[in-house]
Design a protein around this ligand. Structure first.
Ligand SMILES: *[C@@H]1O[C@H](CO)[C@@H](O)[C@H](O)[C@H]1NC(C)=O
Ligand SMILES: *[C@@H]1O[C@H](CO)[C@@H](O)[C@H](O)[C@H]1NC(C)=O
Length: 305
């Protein structure tokens, strides 16, 4: 996924050369800080992905405090934890980190890339303090996934192991606990198993009893922005990036968020947020996480200023 963003880095560098103003003094931190959570196979500080995005944001929003989350003691652990660390534990760690950061206490905006999008939503639902103001899910899998097409099991032993585990044993306790992607695996053909045994996604999506705290906390957001990549071949189904999913009991037809039971029964407060104009659905051409810096500047930066 790192190489995916090489183009962005180049574009960001060019942009800096063209518009960079080295004598502009950073303004005091009146801008709302930004917390970012990276995607699978990536890390907090990869100079080809989130490192470049941080720099670009800091160049365009002078004085902004950007915290790119690192899960673990170093970048290697951070990357590994994106595959193997219990997501619920990751969320607990992140909540503690945010609560201890003096610069975030007045509130912050959050931007999650790919799986970071649903993980940050869990932070919003579970940890209302400090307050998250706007949540931007960039290609996040809000209703999970059913397929991992870009993890080539034929060539990568890790991908092969993940694929086998997901197909046969995804909802067993041991796989749920130790494989991140299993924790947002959503099998529409095994709906009962998913609802019962998914330790992360079924919980934050209120598939079991409705947790009123989750509903209340999510609605504290000023905006929940979801970005869909129109030519995404990584995320299956792409509808999940706008909180839609496959209809239960089959694996072809999808439904939108608005058509889902989650929305109709408003189990998570999303229908109320929609009516209040708090949900923004954005889309961009391109494959997973392949946006241009111009698109980012035009469509996402306005939420951060
Ligand atoms: C900026 O943030 C620091 C750290 O939290 C704080 O001490 C300082 O007062 C803030 N400055 C302004 C102008 O808000
Ligand atoms: C609801 O969520 C809150 C916040 O994470 C948690 O403390 C509480 O235990 C949950 N309640 C139930 C019934 O699961």
């Amino acid at each position: 996924m790192a190489s995916v963003l090489l183009g962005l880095l180049l574009a960001a560098c060019l942009l800096l050369l063209v518009t960079g103003d080295p004598i502009r003094k950073p303004s005091p931190n009146v801008t709302v800080p930004l917390v970012m959570w990276h995607g699978m196979g990536d890390s907090c500080c990869n100079p080809l992905s989130l490192g470049a995005i941080s720099k670009m944001i800091q160049a365009q929003v002078p004085g902004i405090y950007v915290l790119s989350l690192r899960i673990g003691d170093n970048v290697v652990q951070d990357t590994e934890n994106g595959f193997f660390m219990d997501v619920n534990r990751q969320v607990v760690q992140v909540c503690a980190q945010l609560a201890q950061d003096p610069r975030l206490q007045g509130g912050y905006n959050a931007m999650g890339f790919s799986q970071g999008g649903q993980f940050l939503r869990a932070v919003a639902q579970r940890c209302p303090s400090p307050p998250m103001k706007t949540l931007i899910s960039v290609g996040g899998q809000q209703q999970g996934v059913y397929g991992l097409p870009r993890c080539p099991g034929e060539r990568s032993p890790v991908c092969d192991w993940i694929r086998k585990a997901l197909n046969t044993e995804v909802y067993t306790d041991v796989v749920q606990k130790h494989l991140v992607q299993a924790q947002y695996w959503h099998d529409p053909l095994q709906d009962d198993l998913y609802k019962k045994h998914s330790v992360f996604l079924a919980d934050i999506n209120q598939e079991r009893a409705v947790n009123e705290t989750y509903k209340k906390n999510l609605q504290l957001l000023e905006k929940f922005v979801m970005v869909k990549f129109l030519q995404d071949t990584v995320v299956d189904p792409v509808a999940t990036e706008w909180f839609g999913f496959l209809k239960t009991g089959q694996s072809k037809e999808t439904e939108t968020l608005q058509e889902s039971l989650l929305y109709k029964e408003d189990r998570l407060g999303l229908a109320a947020m929609d009516r209040a104009g708090k949900l923004d659905f954005l889309s961009t051409a391109g494959n997973h996480l392949q946006f241009t810096s111009q698109w980012f500047t035009d469509h996402l930066l306005p939420y951060l200023r």
